[in-house]
Design a protein around this ligand. Structure first.
Ligand SMILES: [Zn+2]
Length: 202
């Protein structure tokens, strides 16, 4: 059954991601929430429940906006990741049980993370990767990625291991970030919405 999403209607928003199905914006955990350190469990079967999770992850990611989101970031202990590294939300990519098979080259780029709002730092990662995963129908596929997409997939696969991009920074920097976010939380301050030009929010 198709249902209308009242939130969108009430807000009068025109959105290019409306599919006609009800979706939910999920709450994204924030560093240093210990649940972000969980190693996610593999998905045994890609069923409707998993597909619903995938839809909600996309909805939450596009709304933020970000270019990637892992299920662990919304407290779901599953190896599910969504990514869209395009400028115009035209390349949604679902990765269930993703694995990086090979890495080549090195590049440094500025990253942010929906779980570490307002923080953008340079991180060094492989320039090109080969990866495999299941798609939203549970069909296995293998592909190559480079540039932003490669960064994004590496960042998301880290989330599935309980690893965050701040782990690549110095202890001193990480402590500063942690203090800042803890202070924001105590004061109930909402971090400003991420802006793409500030860096890649993954
Ligand atoms: Zn992230």
């Amino acid at each position: 059954m198709v249902s209308v999403r009242p939130r969108r209607l009430l807000m009068g928003r025109s959105d290019d991601f409306v599919t006609g199905f009800t979706m939910t914006l999920l709450q994204v955990l924030r560093y240093p929430d210990p649940r972000l350190r969980h190693r996610a469990r593999p998905v045994e079967r890609v069923d409707d429940e998993v597909r619903r999770l995938i839809d909600d992850l996309f909805e939450t990611m596009y709304d933020a906006p970000g270019v990637g989101l892992a299920a662990v970031q919304v407290s779901v202990d599953r190896r599910v990741v969504v990514v869209d590294a395009s400028e115009d939300k035209s390349a949604p990519l679902t990765l269930v049980n993703p694995e990086i098979l090979g890495r080549e080259g090195e590049e440094e780029s500025q990253e942010g993370c929906l779980s570490v709002p307002g923080v953008y730092e340079m991180v060094r990662r492989a320039e090109r990767i080969r990866f495999r995963a299941l798609d939203r129908d549970g069909v296995p596929f293998e592909a190559d990625a480079e540039g932003l997409l490669a960064v994004c997939i590496q960042h998301e696969c880290d989330h599935l291991e309980g690893r965050l991009f701040v782990d690549y920074l110095s202890e001193l920097k990480r402590r500063r970030i942690r203090k800042r976010l803890e202070k924001q939380r105590r004061q109930g301050v909402e971090a400003p919405a991420p802006k793409r030009r500030e860096g890649t929010v993954i």
